[in-house]
Design a protein around this ligand. Structure first.
Ligand SMILES: Cc1cn([C@H]2C[C@H](O)[C@@H](COP(=O)(O)OP(=O)(O)O[C@H]3O[C@H](C)C(=O)[C@H](O)[C@H]3O)O2)c(=O)[nH]c1=O
Length: 184
């Protein structure tokens, strides 16, 4: 049924729920707590988010919330496609500063699990892209933080050039990893 794929970045997962197609269209259980728990992902999500990006090249990130409002995120795309990135920003982690990216899209029907302690960001690969994601804690502006998307010490290999990107003022002035409040 649901496929769960690991990668070289410990903690981050690609999750692909099954889609049951028929001549009407399809049905899919896009989230099932028991299925994830049986696969070792025992998380309680408390908030659903939905972001719409009009253009290809909208870059949101790199974002995270500090404790006690740190969030695990389960990200999926219901229209369009994104290049989705997670970065381990826990100073004590042996993979500190390491990143992993996958393409998440309505076509692939895949999802990205980004744990607490990781920064998250994406760039849209198509116009009119809609991202839906669950979080395990509530939004707390006081604990919301950003790291600049192009920090050379992280070295994310974004698929679009800087001249193709659209960022919020907050993201344009985000600090480097070295200057950011991060996890111990
Ligand atoms: C995240 C969030 C935002 N907001 C409000 C705050 C702002 O007035 C407005 C836009 O927020 P922001 O510019 O932070 O939205 P994004 O740039 O899409 O941020 C998100 O994008 C990256 C990829 C993430 O992983 C985070 O979940 C989140 O930071 O929505 C809320 O009311 N609740 C929320 O949970």
């Amino acid at each position: 049924m649901t496929e769960i794929r690991k990668n070289e970045l410990e903690g981050v997962l690609e999750i692909v729920p099954k889609r049951f197609g028929d001549d009407r269209g399809f049905f899919s259980e896009t989230y099932n707590r028991k299925v994830l728990k049986d696969a070792g992902v025992d998380l309680d999500f408390v908030q659903d988010n939905h972001s719409y990006s009009a253009r290809r090249g909208v870059l949101r990130g790199l974002h995270y919330q500090l404790p006690p409002f740190a969030q695990d995120k389960l990200v999926r795309v219901v229209k369009g496609a994104i290049f989705d990135v997670a970065i381990d920003i826990r100073r004590s982690s042996p993979q500190f500063g390491k990143w992993h990216a996958i393409e998440i899209s309505a076509t692939k029907w895949n999802q990205f699990l980004v744990p607490k302690g990781f920064a998250h960001g994406f760039v849209t690969l198509e116009e009119d892209t809609e991202v839906i994601y669950k979080t395990t804690d509530f939004y707390s502006p006081e604990h919301d933080r950003a790291i600049r998307y192009d920090d050379p010490t992280i070295g994310i290999d974004w698929p679009l050039g800087a001249d193709e990107l659209q960022l919020s003022p907050k993201d344009l002035r985000a600090p480097s990893l070295a200057d950011a409040d991060i996890f111990d």
